[in-house]
Design a protein around this ligand. Structure first.
Ligand SMILES: [Fe+2]
Ligand SMILES: [Fe+2]
Length: 298
């Protein structure tokens, strides 16, 4: 438990995160970085950027609610302390993505209406399944749902977004860098802490596996909706085209998982993301002694 205590202590968090990779950032990006003029000046691109960012805010609000809710359900002190650091990480994620909505021109008094209007209903269901476990004080299911399923998904989505947006929108890409580093730590905690609890309470397995299957279904349904909507690809294509024309960047190359995202059709991109996330679920669940359940196809 010694390494576990060190790796997930507040001291470690302070040194590696606020005094480490976040040092010098402002709302998660470098000071002075702005949204591209093209996005701000084009009503369609702006709406698409808002719609994408709302999904991030919705996901992070769920993570904030879950990580804070799990503190009192945690059976040991080190887990409580780690979850306290995670709570602050998630609050920061909510804040920086909310700030992006403001940067995109959403007025403060329109925030909740904007989120309600654009939040994907399947993502809302995904969150509800997790928060139901958290509300019951079910630590094992809550940590699997949050630190393996929700954050495994977030981790891959953020990595893909980073690869797709690195050239087109450095400000947005930079907010993702710190977030990805945070999510990596959160997923690591889930794997390290929950394996021994699954061994201790094997009777929990079927219920937790059922939750994973349901959450995975709503995740795939969210991906299907988003790629059908085609928002991200359109934003990326047009911002990159403009940057190439202005001589600011080379021809688009956005490597992720061995593929050039710039060359993929929406359905190919959806398949690549879904396969990547589900494969990672499988590996992580096996490591903690759970059997991955294949979700239905939405
Ligand atoms: Fe987060
Ligand atoms: Fe997280």
């Amino acid at each position: 438990m010694g390494d576990f205590l060190n790796a997930y202590s507040i001291q470690h968090w302070l040194e590696s995160c606020p005094q480490g990779y976040l040092e010098g950032t402002e709302d998660g990006h470098l000071a002075g970085e702005k949204e591209p003029e093209l996005v701000l000046g084009d009503p369609l691109l702006r709406e698409q950027a808002i719609s994408l960012t709302v999904q991030l805010v919705a996901g992070e609000r769920c993570a904030l609610s879950a990580s804070s809710g799990l503190i009192n359900a945690a059976p040991d002190e080190p887990s409580k302390l780690f979850l306290a650091t995670q709570t602050l990480d998630e609050a920061r994620h909510v804040e920086i993505f909310t700030q992006r909505l403001y940067d995109l021109g959403v007025k403060k008094n329109e925030l909740e209406d904007t989120i309600a209007r654009y939040a994907n209903p399947n993502l809302v269901k995904f969150a509800e399944i997790l928060l139901e476990k958290v509300d019951k004080g079910d630590f094992v299911a809550g940590v699997v749902g949050q630190n393996i399923v929700l954050e495994g998904m977030a981790f891959s989505v953020f990595e893909m977004l980073y690869a797709a947006m690195e050239n087109a929108n450095p400000k947005f890409a930079h907010t993702l860098t710190g977030t990805i580093a945070d999510e990596r730590r959160h997923v690591g905690f889930g794997e390290n802490r929950i394996g021994s609890l699954i061994e201790e309470f094997p009777e929990k397995k079927p219920e937790v596996e059922k939750m994973q299957k349901e959450m995975s279904y709503y995740m795939l349904a969210t991906f299907a909706d988003r790629f059908r909507d085609n928002a991200l690809l359109e934003e990326r294509r047009r911002t990159t085209e403009l940057a190439v024309a202005a001589g600011q960047t080379e021809e688009p190359q956005a490597q992720w998982q061995g593929k050039n995202l710039a060359a993929l059709e929406p359905d190919e991109m959806e398949a690549l993301l879904s396969d990547t996330v589900l494969k990672e679920f499988k590996i992580r669940l096996e490591r903690i002694g759970l059997e991955y359940q294949t979700p239905q196809t939405p």
